[in-house]
Design a protein around this ligand. Structure first.
Ligand code: GAP
Length: 453
């Protein structure tokens, strides 16, 4: 069996098609021609993404006593976004073509000449001198709260979840009696009216973030920044992503966001033209956010350090990772096309870690007779009490294995003639293709142990 690595654009196309065919990810509102850069998660996709989110929540909240969970609302007071800098600063410069009415980022490399000048040539219709001067375009989705659509009722769909944490900083600290250093974590939807979305679920207009803000003494910020850099990298490894495809990228002065004193991205190598791209950002935000919210709300947000009898605004180390982008990284990392010795047809495999695979085991009767379906169904019900299982009795056994390989199911359990006589079944390993035979009553413990490993 050999693995044939594919050029990335081809892999991305194949992934998009596999995800639709097998029920991982569908284009939003597809029957209406689709909504631009918005995607729906199907039965297998929702399980995969949920497994990733649960691993994050377990690692960040449940397994630690210094991070608390939060689920803040998407809609917030509009002043939040003035304080955060998003109303003034979360903008992209855009130009319009007066001829074909298309809109582009001002730094679009396809634009010839200077926008606003006679030599400015439109990349879509090719006309010269039709491009407007660059104008600032805010990426936040705007709506109205209540029945009146006026400037006093403007609201925004949050472009990041972080602000819900800052405005609740003292609520959480005082209700839990946490002491600095401690963190607040949440998972939730964020919305950005991206101008150049694309690459499937890599950059979308509606997405989910998993963000954690860690509040520290100002002098300790560099130490905690290093700690979270290492911790978050090892979390990505724990999803089964190859070390060789992960890297750090340090933001230089010009790249730093308006709030950041230092920033590192964790990047995943998607291959091909996309290459290595950010999947998570780790930022030292200083006291920027709490200072801003204190000034804009007029409410003190200082932390009171009782042993030292001092009040101060903690600094924040933020870890911010996209649930969708991580899902895409995991899928890209797992995608394989393999030829199988002695067979004409190769196989497509998602070599997902058993921890995140949507289905943990396929259960098959070898044939649909002689009591095999009954025994397989009984076993499947037993296993389903412990983990997600797919029962399949249709088609040749080889095809049933291939169908599970393609969606990343790590184990396939088959009930055959010997099973009825001896009470044993075979367990096939997706990656090695090796089969072992075990008493049926040991299957649940065997697979549970392999999933947790
Ligand atoms: N609170 C900090 C913040 O939001 P960011 O670098 O803008 O930082 C963090 O976003 C992460 O959110 C990114 O690393 C990415 O995984 C995800 N993300 C951001 N914009 C996205 C989009 N349009 N589509 C999908 N994921 C996105």
């Amino acid at each position: 069996m050999t693995t044939s690595p594919k050029a990335a654009p081809e892999v991305m196309e194949k992934l998009v098609s596999l995800c639709k065919r097998r029920g991982f990810i569908f284009q939003s509102s597809e029957i209406y021609g689709g909504a631009g850069s918005v995607w729906d998660y199907g039965p297998l996709g929702v399980e995969l993404k949920r497994n990733i989110k649960e691993l994050w929540w377990n690692a960040m909240v449940r397994a630690r006593d210094d991070i608390e969970g939060l689920d803040a609302a998407i809609l917030m007071h509009p002043r939040v976004w003035e304080a955060s800098g998003h109303v003034a600063g979360f903008v992209d410069p855009l130009v319009d073509c007066k001829n074909c009415k298309k809109r582009f980022r001002a730094d679009d490399p396809r634009i010839k000449g200077t926008p606003g000048a006679p030599d400015g040539q439109c990349p879509a219709c090719g006309m010269k001198g039709t491009l407007s001067e660059p104008r600032q375009f805010n990426l936040m989705f705007k709506t109205f709260m209540g029945p009146v659509e006026d400037s006093a009722s403007v609201a925004y769909l949050r472009p990041e979840t972080a602000q819900g944490i800052y405005v609740n900083f003292l609520n959480v600290q005082q209700s839990t009696r946490q002491k600095v250093p401690f963190g607040i974590a949440q998972i939730g939807k964020a919305f950005r009216n991206e101008i150049t979305p694309g690459n499937f679920i890599f950059r979308t207009r509606e997405f989910e973030q998993m963000e954690m803000q860690f509040f520290v003494e100002p002098d300790d910020a560099p130490k905690w920044f290093d700690y979270w850099k290492a911790e978050r990298m090892s979390w990505h490894r724990s999803l089964g992503i190859d070390q060789a495809r992960l890297s750090y990228h340090e933001h230089s002065g010009a790249e730093l966001a308006h709030y950041a004193k230092a920033a590192f991205d964790i990047q995943f190598d998607f291959g091909g033209t996309l290459g290595s791209q950010e999947i998570e950002g780790i930022h030292n935000r200083g006291d920027f956010d709490l200072t801003q919210h204190q000034a804009f709300s007029g409410k003190k947000l200082e932390y009171f350090d009782q042993p030292n009898n001092k009040r101060f605004l903690p600094w924040v180390i933020e870890t911010s990772v996209g649930a969708d982008r991580t899902t895409l990284a995991v899928l890209t990392n797992a995608y394989r096309e393999e030829s199988v010795a002695g067979e004409d047809e190769g196989r497509t495999v998602l070599a997902l870690s058993p921890l995140i695979a949507p289905i943990k085991a396929g259960v098959f009767p070898l044939v649909k007779k002689d009591g095999m379906p009954e025994m397989a169904q009984k076993l499947s019900a037993e296993l389903r009490a412990a983990f997600p299982v797919f029962y399949d009795d249709s088609g040749a056994i080889g095809r049933r294995y291939r169908r599970q390989d393609e969606v990343g199911t790590p184990f396939c359990v088959t009930v055959d003639g010997e099973s009825l006589a001896e009470g044993t079944v075979t367990i096939r390993d997706r990656d090695t293709l090796q089969q072992i035979r075990l008493p049926a009553e040991q299957v649940r413990a065997h697979i549970s142990e392999r999933i947790a490993r």
